[in-house]
Every structure is written in C-alpha cells, then in structure tokens.
Write a new protein. Structure first.
Length: 560
C-alpha cells in the first residue's frame, strides 16, 4: 500500500499521519453538487492544517429534478443505497481514521448518513447549502405548477420559458423545504454537523469557512477516536423528528431516517413520527408549505433557532460532533452574537426572523405536519403531509380511480377526466414495483387546479417530491407489487380518508357502503384472483433494488 501511495506523491511523513476520508458527491450532475469541489478543497486544507492527511473520494449523485418526466426517476431511490455501498467500499478497501462527508441533496445526504452509520468511524458532515431564489422570489418547486398551466394552455410558452430560466440562479439545494433542504437540517439535528451550518447560502464565505473548520475537527476526532455511533443515539433521531415536525419537512424523511437509523443499529418506525408530530408545533413559514424561500432560513438562526424554540421538548443531552451536547451548544450560541449576525442577513429584504419562525404559542399548526394512516388499504401504514391538506379534505369519502402507472394518471388529469370527489390511485410504483419514483408532476397538476386541489386525493405506493402540496397520500404499504390492498382497488370503490383518526380504508363497493366484514371478504376474493405483474426490470441496478427493497415504512433500503 505504501508504494502505491508514494506513487501518488505522498511523502513518508504523510503516511504516518492520521488518514482522513473526504467523501463527496461532487460532479457536473446538478446545482446541488457542481460546486462541492470548492468545499472539498477547504476541508482538505483544514485537514492538512491540523496535521492529518486527506484522501478525496467521489461518488456523484443524480438529481430528481433532472430525472423527472422519464424512467430516470426510477433510479433515484436506488442510487441512495448505491452511494452508501460505495462509502462502505471506499472505507473498508483502504481504511481511514476519520471522514468528512460533503453533499447537498435528496438522496446523497441520506446515503452518506447511512454510510456513516455502517462504517462507524469518526465522522463530520458538511452540506452544500441552499441556492438563492430567482426573480420575484421564484423557486423551483413552482415550475411544476407552471408546467401544468402551460400544458393546459393557461400561460404562453414565452412566459413558461422565462420562469424556467429564473428558477435556479446559483448552485446549492433548491430554495424550499423539499427533501434536500430537509435532509441538510436532519444531518445537523442528528449532531453530525457544526452547529448553524445547515442551509447556509451556497455562495457564502461562511460555508467555505465551515468546510475548513470541518476538516480541522475531523483530524481532532481521528485522534480522539470518537465514532459516529458514540454520538448518534435514539435521542438524536427523536430530536431530528421533532425538528422535522417544526419545519414541515419532506415526507421522504419518513423513509430516510428509518433507513439511516437501521445502519446505526437503531430501530425507528414510522409510527414514532406520528406520535412525535402530534405534540410538536409547526412553526417555520418556508415554502412549499409556507411563504418564504429557504434562502432566508439561515437568517432566522437556522437549526439552532428551531432548537431554541423547541428547547423544553428536545433531548438536550444528546451529543454532537463538537464534543458538547445539543443543550451546551445552544447555550454557547445564545451567549454569543450568532443570532444577531444571522438576523443581519435579512435586513436588506426588510424581513425579521419572527416573520419566518413563528412563536410556539402561536404556531402555523399545533400538531406537526405529517400523519401516518392505517386501515384496510394500508395495513402497514401510509404517510400524508397534513400541513398542506385543505381542512375540508381531512375527512373525505371519495370514488376510486385506479391507474397502474403515473403516466396514465397524469394524462387523465390534464385532459380533465378526473372530477371532484375522485381518489386517484397510482400503484405498482413502490420500491419493488418500479424503484419507488416520486409523483411530482401528478401532484403539481392537481395542486395547480384550484377545484381539484380541494376536492380529490392522490393515493400511491410511490412517493412524492418534498415540494409536493395538497391531499396526497404516499408510501402505501404493503405495496401493489407484493399484493398489497392497493393492488385490489377497483373503479368505483368508495374510499374514506380520516386524517384526524389516522385511517385510510375501502368502505364501499360500486358506490355502496358496506360493512368492514363484507369489505374484508371482497378483498380476500379479489386477492385470490390477483396475479403478480411481470418484473419491470430484468437486469442491472433496478433488478437488484426491486428484488431486495424493504417496505417504505421501514426505510425502503436493500436487505435480504
């Protein structure tokens, strides 16, 4: 090994130093990763300044936004597990004393956190920050709405082109609380980041400094031998879920955090999300649920500001990568000018932190932002972001309109074949069916229609973009590909959604309400006639993923 490293230009002195893995998703793949080489360079400088030796490794991620509208989106979730696998390979094939992990976006951050838990070395995470909003505070999640409007002839091609050219003015995660931004917050909430560094502006000097500081700390952690599992416990995960509730984070986190916890040797089920969300106020007024772009999140004080608001509810003794507890870090920041400096960045916009983070005594919602539903349609659960659901859809009885793929469903919506009172089902899109793509364009087509967005529901064993809004229910488990009840739904079945009571059921057949026992017998007869569909993928990554993925309610990770 030494001759090979000497062949790369290492010196004998460097061979004796602590070896630090610098793992990033840098690549010309999308705005969340194209700038990460600058953060890698800063982390490398910090590591060298601390007397350790860095080694740069790269596993580039893909972008859900670029994969939309074609089969590329089916690779999105699978590549989370592939990145985690590469981190395992990179570490064990060479071995390192510590690691710095750098990513920005939807699957890359969950993948790196999964990899960290699996290899269990001293680790610190740096995230690639958030892009600014475009002209007139335009953010990317609005493009789906404008796309549906353009397809319906409601706006011109020129107007649509102008929106597309303005939505992403810089690198960084998209400027709303989608999965990318949510996962940056989750990484800090788990205690694996320097406090206050999640969702920094991607073009800011503070982010460059944070990457340098992370390199310094990685060398220190290598010497101390403080491993990731020494820091991250169930308390850290519960803190993350509480913060997730307060920010109205992406529903995809209900799938990612259990997968990450699994790699840390911790069981975390979706029911725990429901229990915690019931008791946490939703206070962050950031898009897509709220009013403001995510570029302003840091100006409020970032994750520490959410922690400060939730202080009586959090596990303040949870450890962090700094060696101090969450409570100690929060006290340190409160005694400094940290919150004042953050607020100064909002002044040019005429905004105050209180405009963005509500008082917990006057929250946007009192009971978090998501719910886990159960019933004969979802015996293992389904997830809904109730913070985006109109109140009159919290308890609704609807007609089933089943489709076996997203393309057929969205075509029906665009040509106005879906009517108020319909429950649109998109099935065979779960992990074992097609890799669990997100239904972004379908949800945007619904939410951009003022009548449909208040009168129909979308129910799927697939998942949604973190930008999705409206009455959408995903992750229905068991999924259709394994013979779950969602595969047995027929045209005209009566579907009842009761978010307050956390239920999702078939309650009638052919427009007639039936008893629970009758429905159960009918579903049994349908199941006897049901036949598994042929495998959609017969080779490659998606064949492997679809054959081995567990339920979304467990994390949709690959297992035997």
């Amino acid at each position: 090994m030494d001759p090979l490293r000497l062949g790369m230009g290492w010196t004998e002195e460097e061979l004796e130093q602590a070896q630090i893995l610098v793992e990033s998703t840098f690549g010309d793949s999308h705005p969340g990763s194209a700038h990460l080489d600058t953060l890698v360079a800063q982390a490398v400088s910090g590591i060298r300044a601390a007397g350790a030796h860095p080694a740069r490794y790269f596993t580039t991620d893909i972008c859900d936004g670029m994969a939309q509208g074609h089969d590329g989106i089916n690779y999105s979730l699978a590549h989370r597990d592939m990145i985690a696998n590469m981190i395992e390979i990179h570490h064990h094939a060479t071995t390192f004393d510590a690691g710095v992990f750098i990513a920005s976006c939807d699957k890359a951050l969950p993948a790196q956190l999964m990899g960290i838990g699996r290899i269990n070395i001293p680790s610190i995470v740096i995230t690639g920050g958030v892009m600014d909003a475009g002209d007139h505070m335009l953010t990317l999640e609005q493009i789906g709405t404008y796309s549906a409007m353009y397809r319906r002839g409601e706006i011109s091609e020129e107007t649509f082109r102008k929106y597309k050219h303005s939505a992403c003015p810089s690198c960084g995660a998209c400027s709303f609380m989608g999965t990318a931004s949510t996962m940056q917050v989750m990484a800090e909430a788990l205690g694996l980041m320097l406090p206050g560094t999640a969702l920094l502006p991607a073009t800011s000097p503070q982010l460059q400094q944070a990457a340098y500081d992370a390199g310094l700390l990685a060398a220190e952690l290598a010497i101390k031998g403080v491993k990731a599992r020494d820091i991250v416990t169930l308390d850290n995960f519960e803190n993350a879920i509480m913060i997730h509730a307060a920010i109205s984070g992406s529903t995809n986190v209900v799938m990612h955090l259990p997968a990450i916890a699994h790699e840390f040797g911790i069981r975390l089920d979706a029911q725990r999300f429901d229990e915690i969300h019931r008791n946490i106020p939703y206070i962050l007024d950031i898009r897509p649920t709220g009013r403001w772009p995510a570029q302003f999140f840091h100006g409020t004080g970032g994750v520490p500001a959410i922690e400060r608001a939730l202080k009586p509810l959090l596990h303040l003794n949870a450890k962090t990568v700094t060696g101090r507890t969450m409570g100690e870090e929060l006290e340190r920041l409160e005694k400094s000018d940290y919150f004042q400096r953050c607020a100064e960045s909002l002044q040019p916009y005429g905004i105050k932190p209180g405009d963005i983070i509500r008082d917990v005594k006057a929250p946007i919602k009192a009971n978090g932002s998501i719910a886990i539903l159960y019933g004969n349609l979802a015996p293992e659960g389904a997830v809904v972001k109730h913070s985006t659901v109109p109140k009159d859809m919290f308890c609704a009885t609807l007609r089933a309109r089943p489709f076996d793929c997203e393309e057929d469903a969205i075509a029906a919506i665009i040509r106005h074949d879906i009517l108020p009172g319909d429950a649109v089902f998109i099935r065979y899109e779960g992990p074992r069916g097609s890799g669990m793509p997100e239904m972004f364009y379908t949800t945007e087509a619904i939410s951009s229609d003022a009548e449909l967005s208040r009168s129909i529901a979308l129910i799927t064993d697939g998942r949604f973009s973190g930008a999705s809004k409206g009455p959408v229910i995903g992750h229905v488990s068991p999924e259709a590909a394994t013979g779950g009840a969602i595969a047995l739904v027929e045209e005209g079945d009566i579907i009842q959604i009761d978010i307050e009571n956390r239920s999702l059921d078939i309650v009638g057949i052919d427009g007639v309400i039936e008893s629970a026992d009758t429905i159960s017998l009918i579903l049994e007869k349908r199941k006897e006639k049901w036949k598994p569909r042929p495998l959609r993928y017969t080779q490659g990554v998606l064949k492997q993923y679809c054959a081995h993925a567990v339920s979304p309610m467990l994390g949709a990770y690959m297992d035997d």
